[in-house]
Every structure is written in structure tokens, then in C-alpha cells.
Design a protein. Structure first.
Length: 392
């Protein structure tokens, strides 16, 4: 009987030292020497033709941070010992560190005896912005996995704040115009206004609207969502207020809800609800066109902050369009529809239980009678025309 203290395995700091001890095994994932039974595989040292050196490890991967929006990224993997020059014998194995069971595989190609190339996997239908992924190399013939390397996969569109977006400024950039995080692949689109891109975290606004355009229909309640970037525990909101530029009237929020984001640190969400009815000074507003408003926040310490560059407009469908044609030609984002011989906000039709045609088309005028039918040649006679659909 041969006795060996298995705790001695831990004293070996390299794979070569560890592999020479029969009952010890080098775990590449933990980068340490352990007793054989603590690791999944035995410590192979080319005992058979198709087996590989289990001291093979990944030294470098380029790139280490990958954007999920990129369609042409290829991973180049450098290992520490030469690999067998057999084609189609290797796969890249990817595992999300928070999901031990689910694996992704892509084909790997040997560029030379120490370098492999493979494509990253597609992580679809996921809500995270940052994915910690463990990369290993899988040998098909030996049915063994070796090497271990940590990678970061970035989904720019899932970042909620400007500061978190610019944390990964090599892959992502914040778009002030659309109030979202986009990848560098998307900034080539013709619709992107490059002057409205934030490239550094210190250029991020502290408070901004969640939506780039906010339109408020008069006589209808509205909740406005606001992002507070880099908020702290001591920040406390008292109320929100809407004012027109000429200070003729104002709306105080009926309710303000201030919460910390569950998805990102240092991001808070402020929801301000407004009752936009029964305005005392409404007679001072023509409403022939939208009235632009400023949004300000009042803190519990009585200080206030007006959010710059807000696009908030108060409007009234009925007064902006007096006939069918002008109503259906309004910007669809106003949500105005022609119904019951007037232009109204679409939610108003539901509230009043009105049945309106789905297709917004103006009917052609229909003349029923003309009186009188006999007219003098020299004119000057009043003619009465009766019919319907004259509200074009």
C-alpha cells in the first residue's frame, strides 16, 4: 500500500510540475494543482495518438471585448504549446459564467500550430448589457476541453444610462437625439446626427427625458419618465413642474415616483404624473399650434433644476385642425383622428365610447339641394347649398 498526502498537490504552481505527480491534476480553469478526483478529466500527457497535452492553455485572445452588434468580428486565440495540425478537429466553446449548463460552439480553424481562429456565438433574446463568457477549446477526436479565458460580450442597446454606455466607449456611444446607447457599427447610418453623440462619460447629462420627444394632449393625463444619471442615496425629489416659455401657466405634478434602477447602479428613474385638464388660463392659449413647455424638478431642499433641451409640447387636436383634411394631415405622433365631425385625440374616442372609422379618409362632398335653381344673369342672388361632408 502506497500512501500519498493529496494536499501536497497544492504546492505545485505550474502545470508541468503538477502533471508529473500521478495523483495530481492541473485544473486550467482555476489555474491550480489539485487531486485528480477534484477535476473532471484525467491528466493526459499524450498517452494515445488522439489525446492532447492537458497543460495546453490559452495565453491571449484578441479581441477580449466583443460587441454583439458586430457582424465581422473573428477571435484569434494564442495557446502556449503547439497543437496538432489537424483540420476541423477543434471547436471554440463558450459558456456564460452564470449558466453552467448551457454551452455555445463555433468551428475553429488552425492558422498555425499555436493560433486558432473562430467566430463568436450569437447571444439572442437576452436583456443584459454585459455578458461574462468563459472561452475554452474543445478537441473533437479526444472529446476533451482545454484552456480557459474570460471574455466580455457587450450589447450596447441594453444600456439604460449615458454613463454606463460610455463605460465601454470602444464599442458603444450615447445618442442624445434618440436617448439610447448605440454601437459604433450604427453610427454610419445616415439618420445619425454626429453632433448629438456623447463620446465621453464626463459629457453625459445628469438628468434627461427617457423619450426624445414628448407630446402631451390637453385634457388628458400623462406620465413623463426621467432618467437621473449618477444619482445618490441622499437625492430626494419633491415634485415636477411644466411651464410654458412665457410663464403664462404651469402644471404641477399630481404624483412623483422616484426609484433606483434594478438594472444599473447610479441610475434612478423619476416618473411624474400630470393632470392636463381644467387649466385656468387656457383661454390665453390659441392651441393653433403645439405649445412648447419646460420641465423642471423641485428637490426637497427647495432647489430646482430645469432640464435643458427638452422636447415637450402641449397640444389640442380640436383647435389644431378645424376640418377633416387638416386633421388627417397632422403628424401621426400627435394621435389625432377625425371622428364625429371633429378632430380629437384618439384616447378621447375610447373614453366617450365613439365608433370611428379605422381608415382615416375624408369623404367627398355630397350636394343634396341648391336653391334657387333659376338665377338672374346679372348675379347678386344668395344661393343656398345643402348637403353633407362639406367639412374638408
Amino acid at each position: 500500500v502506497i500512501k500519498q498526502n493529496l494536499s501536497t498537490c497544492e504546492q505545485y504552481t505550474t502545470c508541468d510540475e503538477c502533471s508529473n505527480i500521478k495523483l495530481c491534476h492541473w485544473c486550467s480553469k482555476e489555474d491550480r494543482c489539485t487531486p485528480t478526483f477534484e477535476c473532471i478529466h484525467e491528466n493526459y500527457r499524450y498517452k494515445k495518438k488522439n489525446e492532447i497535452n492537458m497543460c495546453t492553455n490559452i495565453e491571449r485572445v484578441a479581441p477580449e471585448t466583443i460587441s454583439l452588434h458586430s457582424s465581422d468580428t473573428q477571435l484569434e486565440i494564442l495557446v502556449n504549446v503547439p497543437l496538432k495540425n489537424d483540420t476541423d478537429e477543434y471547436n471554440c466553446q463558450f459558456r456564460l459564467t452564470d449558466e453552467n449548463e448551457f454551452l455555445y460552439y463555433t468551428n475553429a480553424v488552425l492558422l498555425n500550430d499555436k493560433t486558432l481562429k473562430c467566430l463568436p456565438p450569437a447571444f439572442n433574446n437576452r436583456s443584459q448589457a454585459v455578458y461574462n463568457v468563459a472561452l475554452s477549446v474543445y478537441h473533437l477526436k479526444a472529446n476533451l476541453t482545454f484552456g480557459y479565458y474570460n471574455l466580455l460580450f457587450i450589447n450596447c442597446s441594453n444600456f439604460l444610462s449615458c454613463s454606463s454606455c460610455n463605460t465601454y466607449s470602444n464599442q458603444c456611444i450615447w445618442n442624445l437625439q434618440t436617448v439610447n446607447c448605440i454601437s459604433y457599427e450604427n453610427i454610419r447610418l445616415p439618420s445619425i446626427n454626429h453632433k448629438r453623440l456623447v463620446k465621453k462619460s464626463n459629457q453625459c447629462p445628469l438628468i434627461y427625458l427617457q423619450q426624445s420627444i414628448n407630446r402631451l394632449a390637453y385634457n388628458h393625463n400623462k406620465t413623463i419618465s426621467i432618467h437621473v444619471d449618477q444619482c445618490n442615496e441622499n437625492m430626494s425629489i419633491n415634485s415636477c413642474q411644466l411651464n410654458d416659455h412665457q410663464k403664462r401657466f404651469s402644471f404641477m405634478s399630481s404624483q412623483s415616483k422616484f426609484t433606483k434602477s434594478t438594472y444599473e447602479n447610479h441610475l434612478c428613474l423619476l416618473e411624474c404624473s400630470f393632470d392636463l385638464s381644467n387649466l385656468e388660463n387656457s383661454h390665453q392659449i390659441s392651441f393653433y399650434r403645439p405649445t412648447h413647455l419646460d420641465l423642471s424638478i423641485e428637490f426637497t431642499n427647495k432647489t430646482s433644476y430645469t432640464i435643458p433641451r427638452t422636447h415637450i409640447a402641449l397640444y389640442d387636436c380640436e383647435r389644431m385642425a378645424l376640418n377633416c383634411t387638416s386633421c388627417i394631415q397632422l403628424d401621426p405622433t400627435f394621435g389625432c383622428v377625425w371622428c364625429n365631425n371633429m378632430c380629437m385625440f384618439k384616447n378621447q374616442t375610447i373614453k366617450n365610447k365613439l365608433i370611428c372609422p379605422n381608415s382615416q379618409e375624408c369623404l367627398s362632398p355630397n350636394i343634396h339641394t341648391i336653391e334657387p335653381l333659376l338665377l338672374p344673369l346679372n348675379g347678386g342672388t344668395l344661393v343656398t347649398i345643402k348637403g353633407k361632408n362639406f367639412d374638408l
